[in-house]
Write a protein that binds this ligand. Structure first.
Ligand SMILES: Nc1ncnc2c1ncn2[C@@H]1O[C@H](COP(=O)(O)OP(=O)(O)O)[C@@H](O)[C@H]1O
Ligand SMILES: [Mg+2]
Length: 392
């Protein structure tokens, strides 16, 4: 028996749930011919919400339709690797004989496409660009197209990204079968969208990923575990769904830890006690893997705002040995007036860090005059980090 859960960033789950609308829209987009707006996607959301694996799903859908999938790295120049190796390799794969024609180098033997591409420059020939390479590739295809995916675009160089945008737009203008799917952290992508040269991204289909529904989380936990031969019982499942709070990374993590705990105790199912036994570890791992990196680079003023929120929130700590209701361990909404007061600021002065934290996707407006942490257990983590003392 092997553990069916994959609490690893970027690792596609064994069993997929949710996000169906996005996947269905994309299938439709591929079928609907060149120029469909829904062929250009920007996926945003916090760390661990499932952006990378969603990109992988889209890639699988495209490949299933016979499309060529190209992964561009957001680091560096974005297109260098595509131009120099990925696209030539695809060309070679599709049509070894076309390779010569396309690269224009008669001396290149079949199978030595990389040599022909990176070999000495022929002064009479223009250097290949991303656009010329993509046109070469597309000219070999009929009825299908090329999907380019770019992950972590919040780290991308803005000039490289606008060059990619320009190339992509030229191809669309010529009615070529292309698609572009990009993913990144909400805050970083927001900044990119505000830059000149990335206008086209503002017209892309935007998907800001939120948590999975409880039904979808339960589906992942129940189906994955049942498939492995060690299934959750109903109380165990309810507790695991609750602990995971719809957060995809936590769903995998809670599933994985509880599965191991049940296996170790040679239980025939994953029960409530197995889930309770791992709740602390799950929340602590979430802190190390998600909270800590998510707060990197957050300026002190904003951090203080978060800490004030954490101090004011009235949660029950995750406890061992007791069934937990979601309300017990997820911080509820906090009044912005109370946060301002605790910070010794006017509401006006406190509204600036608040707005920036909302932009960063760390907090969410929760009804009139209230805010709430976006990430489950962030308040708990801040209180545990030693800088926050609880009121009362
Ligand atoms: N729809 C989903 N169904 C099941 N598991 C998912 C789903 N989306 C994400 N996951 C799991 O959540 C974790 C984080 O996903 P990932 O795509 O790496 O997040 P991000 O790129 O947003 O940081 C992975 O372990 C992944 O398998
Ligand atoms: Mg990712």
């Amino acid at each position: 028996m092997t553990n069916p859960f994959r609490p690893t960033f970027g690792a596609s789950p064994h069993y997929w749930a949710g996000r169906r609308v996005i996947l269905d829209d994309y299938r439709e987009a591929l079928a609907s011919g060149p120029g469909a707006a829904s062929r250009t996607l920007v996926i945003t959301g916090s760390r661990g919400i499932g952006k990378t694996v969603l990109l992988n799903e889209l890639e699988d859908i495209a490949a299933g339709h016979g499309w060529v999938v190209l992964r561009a790295s957001a680091r560096g120049d974005i297109s260098t690797e595509l131009v120099e190796s990925s696209i030539p390799a695809k060309i070679q794969e599709i049509s070894p004989t076309a390779t010569r024609r396309v690269t224009g180098l008669g001396i290149a033997g079949i199978g030595s496409v990389t040599t022909s591409v990176t070999g000495p420059d022929d002064p009479d020939r223009p250097r290949p660009t991303l656009e010329s390479r993509l046109r070469d590739l597309l000219s070999l295809m009929s009825g299908t197209g090329v999907l380019i995916t770019v992950d972590e675009i919040q780290d991308a160089d803005r000039n490289a990204l606008s060059r990619l945008a320009a190339t992509y737009q030229n191809l669309i203008r010529d009615d070529l079968e292309v698609s572009l799917a990009m993913a990144g952290l909400t805050h970083g992508v927001e900044i990119l969208l505000d830059l000149p040269g990335t206008t086209f991204m503002r017209r892309a289909h935007r998907y800001d990923l939120g948590p999975l529904t409880d039904d979808d989380a339960a589906d992942v936990l129940a189906t994955s575990s049942a498939d492995s031969g060690l299934a959750f019982d109903s109380a165990g499942l309810a507790a695991a769904v609750d602990l995971a709070a719809g957060y995809p990374y936590l769903v995998q993590l809670v599933g994985s830890l509880a599965w191991n705990a049940a296996r170790r105790s040679q239980a025939s199912s994953i029960s409530l006690s197995a889930v309770e036994a791992v709740s602390r570890e799950a929340v602590a791992t979430m802190g190390a893997q998600v909270h800590h990196p998510s707060l990197k680079g957050v300026p002190t003023v904003q951090r203080e705002y978060l800490e004030a929120m954490a101090a004011l929130a009235e949660p029950g700590e995750p406890t061992q040995g007791r069934a937990q209701g979601r309300g017990d361990h997820r911080d509820g909404p906090v009044a912005t007036a109370a946060v301002a007061e605790r910070l010794g600021k006017t509401q006006r002065a406190a509204s600036d860090p608040r707005a920036k934290l909302i932009d960063r996707d760390l907090i969410t407006p929760a009804g009139w005059g209230k805010v709430q942490f976006t990430l489950p257990y962030l308040g708990h983590w801040l209180r545990g980090s030693g800088t926050v003392r609880r009121v009362n």
